[in-house]
Design a protein around this ligand. Structure first.
Ligand code: AMP
Length: 219
């Protein structure tokens, strides 16, 4: 049976960085709904045009658009063995749609726990590569040459929505709409919490250990 891993956590909690590593380690596709939207923005598709105003202001793109895009993507052959979800689900309707689609397959849900102050600090220094979407940080994970991706040599940029006011709005949205999913998955006995305030390698080790240990049983 396929393996589906869900990474939960606030904006800038490290979901992207960890999802890439986990995907590589487990041989699973890494599916980031944020990356899929940014791809659509870059290519100026109808979906990208619909998503732009929500993304730029730090709000969530409407569920119907996200769900359709996600289900389309995970139907691709590279997801046949499973996938690591990064940034989905973000609302209860999304979680319910995924649950219905997965049927008997129970996802493994890992929650990256990071305090709001740390999130704001992380987002302000975060830089993305235009070429390969790799994630860097001006202080915590700096590329060898400022502004240039070590992986592919692409140009680094700051996400529009990593500006401080937008990060604050994304945090508000996170607490109102996404944080309740911690309870949603915890009630189903599928959630493991991991301290996300350590170095990427330490967090990665804990995530791998949590997956190896199996789901937490609840009464
Ligand atoms: P991310 O890269 O995951 O932080 O996503 C960037 C932006 O894309 C978010 O702030 C939302 O506007 C949008 N987005 C990504 N994933 C979702 C989702 N599952 N539901 C709604 N909006 C999303």
């Amino acid at each position: 049976m396929a393996t589906v891993v869900i990474l939960l956590g606030g904006p800038g909690a490290g979901k992207g960085t960890q999802a890439v590593r986990l995907g590589e380690k487990l041989g699973l596709a890494h599916i980031s709904t944020g990356d899929l939207f940014r791809e659509n923005l870059k290519n100026d598709t109808p979906l990208g045009r619909q998503a732009r105003e929500f993304m730029d202001s730090g709000r969530l793109v409407p569920d119907s658009l996200v769900i359709e895009m996600l289900f389309d993507r995970v139907a691709a052959p590279d997801c046949a063995n499973g996938y690591v979800l990064d940034g989905f689900p973000r609302t209860e309707p999304q979680a319910l749609a995924l649950e219905a689609a997965l049927g008997d397959l129970k996802p493994r849900v890992l929650n990256l726990e990071v305090a709001d102050e740390v999130i704001v600090q992380r987002a302000s220094g975060r830089r993305l590569c235009r070429g390969c979407s790799a994630i860097w940080h001006a202080t915590f994970n700096a590329p060898s040459k400022a502004g240039v991706c070590d992986t592919c040599g692409g140009e680094l940029y700051q996400r529009e929505d990593d500006q401080e006011e937008v990060v604050q709005e994304r945090l508000n949205v996170y607490h109102a709409q996404t944080a309740p999913l911690v309870e949603f998955y915890s009630a189903r006995g599928l959630l493991v919490g991991v301290d996300g305030e350590r170095s990427p390698s330490e967090v990665n080790e804990s995530l791998v250990a949590a997956l190896a240990a199996g789901p937490v049983e609840t009464n």
